[in-house]
Every structure is written in structure tokens, then in C-alpha cells.
Design a protein around this ligand. Structure first.
Ligand code: FAD
Length: 429
């Protein structure tokens, strides 16, 4: 069984739970320490009573192929439901609503043009540099706007930092861009992992905030907000990047903390609005198949539960450039949401307030256990990640969505993938 018997995992998100399952399956004793009063981390499925369906406060979609997630869905006997091809994307611009497409460029000529420019790109640069340098021609104006909109909205990224190659791989490289949801909610996947862990004897402690770690006498010691500490042969830290950075800094591992600054991390406020009916269809019959709506407003993206008929709209508010909202009262964010929807759909005064029956605003950047939403690849990330693969002093492995080696960084797939990668390395010790 090797020398490694006891492993401490910090964080009971998708990564921590998956790693604990993998390690405990092979006979390791695993303890998970979690700061929240719940498991799941950035996966947080709300009880059905809140919106009359299982609404997602955090991760909602399964993106693309997502092999590990899909195989876990099967193993847990859950149901994946893809958003159908006929779901519609609309855009509100200059006072008008028009049908749109999800991809920034879908005509082969443009994709070809960009391909050639990318092939000539010797060194990775930020997307804003790339657009300025290589797509400055007037004929690319709309494309430039779409790419920036997508990078800010979808990737929650700063266009001055995100890597051009990563944007290309995600959107223009001809990969599978399908999206779907788990019918029973992402939380069901988390519950499945938890039950697997319990079967294998994993211990999970909630409400315990990990502050620092120390390596002493071939053991790794974890210090929490509780008296005493926890000791293991190996530890795995799965906190989100900003929290992980603080953990390393407070433990005096300054160089490693500095490396984490090369991984981008964006902030999103998610807005859930439950209405009496799907009023947008009565306002405009053409919106029957509305899935996503993009706009040039402060809260730029909205989506429905299509093909589900649930009368809920979800708002997606990237805080880059609007950082003052991180501290704002949720009621103010609700008022802003309703005023934006009123403008887009041209509804009458008071109509939306009468329609609204429940709401929830999840301010992820204000959440001290997350510090934002998810990571993205900057021009420095790939090089830096290689430096973070080796365990610190041979004892503390860094893991989580941001440290995954594949392309899906920032997703649940990446969190699960990182768990598998790091567990494999621990099992070889
Ligand atoms: C609003 C939002 C929407 C998203 N949408 C999608 C989507 O549609 N599809 C998708 O694939 N991904 C999505 N994501 C990203 C996805 O949720 C994450 O990539 C994934 O859940 C990360 O899992 P993780 O285990 O790496 O990190 P986390 O889930 O953050 O787990 C880390 C755990 O560590 C705990 N922790 C933090 N600090 C400490 C401490 N000091 N001591 C002890 N415990 C600590 C946290 O509470 C947390 O439980 C979304 C994220 C957000 C925020």
C-alpha cells in the first residue's frame, strides 16, 4: 500500500470529494476538512421549494464532451438533458431584440481568416492585443465586439489577460460546444460522490476553516480555526485560486502563492428570478424558444430554463469593471436586474414586480470561500501550472479546477479531472 496511509483533503467541492473517493477506494484513510456548512463548494443546487425546481446557485451546465462528468452521471444513474439545437439565442442591441448565435464567428471564411492569423502567431498574447494587432480591419468590428463580449461574459475573464490560444481552443477550434444540464441537479452528483466516500470510510468535517499548514517530521500539519490541528502523510489543497493564494501566503510559501497570480480568476454574480409565468412569451410570441439572451447592459446575459417551461430567468453579471457591486446590497442588484429586463422587454411600470414571486442573488466574489467564480488561462498560466504540479516540500499537492492539465479549466469537468490526476500521483508514492 506504500508509505502513504493518511491523507487530508482541504475542501469538499467536486475536486475534494472525487479525490477522496479515488484515494479511499484504494484503501487510503482520508479526512476532508470543509469550511462551509455544506458540501459542493461552487456546486450548490437549491432545494426544490425555492423556485419549484432544483435551481443552481453555482455551476449549472455540462459543457461539451466532459468525459469524466458524463461517466460519473451514468455511474450515479442520473439523467443528462442537452439543450436542443432549436433553442434560440437572442441579442438586444440599440433598442431592438434580434435572433443571434452563441459562437462569435460561425461562417467558415472568418474562421479560416482567424486560423491563418493564429498559425502565424509565434507567441501567445492576450486576446485584446490579438484583436488590436491582427483583426483591426473594419470588416472584423462585429467579430471583435462579440469576442470581447464572450470573453467577459462567458469566461468571466479580463480581455487584457486571457490567452488568445485558450479563446481559440474554446470557441473557434471546431470543438463540441453543446451544453446540457443534469435533470436532478449538479448537487445530485455531489451527493453521489459523498455517499461513495462514506462507503469507503472517508470522514468529512464541516464548518472548519483551514488557515495554514506546516511540514514537520515527515508529516503535514493542517491548522484550522478550531483548537488543535490535523496531521497526515500527505495533504491536498483544493480551495479556489484566491483562497488558495491566501493559504499559501499565510503559511509563508510566498513563491508558490506568487505563481498563482498567473492564473486568471473572474467574478460573477448569479441572479435567479422566479416569476408567476413565462411572461416574456406573452410580451413577444417569437421568444417561445428563447434560451440565452445577450445585451449591452450592465447585466449582459440572461437565460431561461428552456426546453424546461419553468418561469425562471437567470442573470449573469460579470463584475469586471463593476467591482462596486461586490459590496452592494442584494436588493440593489435586484432593482438593477428588474430595470434592465424592463428596458429589454419594454414592459410596463410595475409589471415585473407583480410577476416576481421569488429571487436569490449569489454574489460569488463576495463569498470568502470562493473569492470569485472560476479561473481562466492567461498568457502565463501554462508555464506556471507546470511549476505547481510538484507537491510543496513533497507533502502538499495543489488541486482544483484551476490546476487541471486539460483544456476545460474553470469547469466541473476540470475539478474532477484534477482530482483524478492528483490522486493518481499520490497513489504512486
Ligand atoms: C456562478 C458559477 C457558475 C458556474 N457555472 C458552471 C457551469 O455551468 N459549468 C461548469 O462546468 N462549471 C461552472 N462553474 C465552475 C464550477 O462550479 C467549478 O469549476 C467547480 O465546481 C470547482 O470545483 P472545485 O472542487 O475545484 O472547487 P470548489 O467547488 O470551490 O471547492 C473548494 C472547497 O473548498 C472549501 N474551502 C475554501 N476555503 C477553505 C478553507 N480555508 N478551509 C476549508 N475549506 C475551504 C470551499 O468551501 C469549497 O467547498 C461555475 C461556478 C460559479 C461560481
Amino acid at each position: 500500500m506504500g508509505n502513504i496511509k493518511e491523507i487530508i483533503v482541504v475542501g469538499a467541492g467536486a475536486c475534494g470529494l472525487m479525490a477522496a473517493r479515488e484515494l479511499s477506494k484504494k484503501g487510503k484513510r482520508v479526512l476532508i476538512i470543509e469550511s462551509r456548512n455544506r458540501i459542493g463548494g461552487r456546486i450548490w443546487s437549491l432545494p426544490k421549494s425555492k423556485f419549484n425546481f432544483i435551481a443552481e446557485a453555482g455551476a449549472e451546465f455540462v459543457h461539451g464532451e466532459a468525459k469524466i462528468t458524463q461517466s460519473l452521471i451514468k455511474e450515479a444513474h442520473l439523467n443528462y438533458k442537452e439543450i436542443p439545437d432549436w433553442a434560440e439565442f437572442w441579442r438586444y442591441k440599440d433598442g431592438r431584440l434580434n435572433k443571434a448565435s452563441m459562437e462569435p464567428a460561425n461562417d467558415s471564411q472568418t474562421v479560416n481568416d482567424i486560423n491563418i492569423k493564429l498559425q502565424n502567431l509565434k507567441k501567445d498574447i492576450s486576446i485584446s492585443q490579438f484583436l488590436k494587432k491582427h483583426l483591426k480591419n473594419e470588416k472584423f468590428k462585429t467579430l471583435r465586439e462579440r469576442i470581447i463580449e464572450m470573453v467577459r461574459g462567458y469566461d468571466a475573464a479580463d480581455p487584457d489577460k486571457i490567452s488568445t490560444k485558450s479563446v481559440y481552443n474554446e470557441w473557434l477550434g471546431g470543438q463540441n460546444n453543446s451544453q446540457g444540464r443534469i435533470r436532478e441537479g449538479y448537487g445530485a452528483l455531489i451527493n453521489f460522490l459523498q455517499s461513495e466516500c462514506r462507503k469507503n470510510g472517508v470522514k468529512i468535517i464541516l464548518n472548519r476553516h483551514v488557515n495554514t499548514f506546516k511540514i514537520e517530521n515527515k508529516k503535514v500539519k493542517i491548522f484550522t480555526n478550531d483548537i488543535g490541528n490535523y496531521s497526515g502523510d500527505i495533504a491536498m489543497a483544493t480551495q479556489p485560486v484566491p483562497v488558495l493564494k491566501k493559504f499559501l501566503l499565510d503559511s509563508s510559501f510566498l513563491k508558490e502563492a506568487a505563481f498563482l497570480s498567473d492564473i486568471g480568476f473572474g467574478g460573477i454574480i448569479k441572479i435567479l428570478l422566479g416569476f408567476k409565468s413565462r411572461w416574456w412569451i406573452s410580451v413577444n410570441k417569437k421568444l417561445r424558444n428563447l434560451s440565452f439572451l445577450f445585451s449591452d447592459k450592465t447585466i449582459p446575459t440572461w437565460w431561461t430554463q428552456y426546453p424546461g417551461r419553468i418561469p425562471v430567468l437567470t442573470g449573469w453579471f460579470p463584475v469586471l469593471g463593476h467591482e462596486e457591486f461586490i459590496q452592494k446590497d442584494n436588493k440593489k442588484i435586484l432593482d438593477l436586474s428588474l430595470s434592465i429586463l424592463k428596458k429589454i422587454f419594454k414592459t410596463e411600470d410595475g409589471f415585473l414586480k407583480k410577476q416576481l414571486i421569488s429571487w436569490k442573488i449569489i454574489n460569488w466574489p463576495a463569498d470568502i470561500y470562493a473569492g470569485g467564480a472560476y479561473s481562466y488561462v492567461t498568457v502565463k498560466t501554462e508555464k506556471t501550472k507546470k511549476k505547481l504540479i510538484e507537491p510543496i516540500k513533497g507533502k502538499l499537492f495543489l488541486a482544483g479546477e484551476a490546476l487541471y492539465n486539460g483544456d476545460e479549466i474553470g469547469t466541473v469537468e476540470a475539478a474532477l479531472g484534477s482530482a483524478k490526476e492528483v490522486s493518481k500521483r499520490i497513489l504512486k508514492l
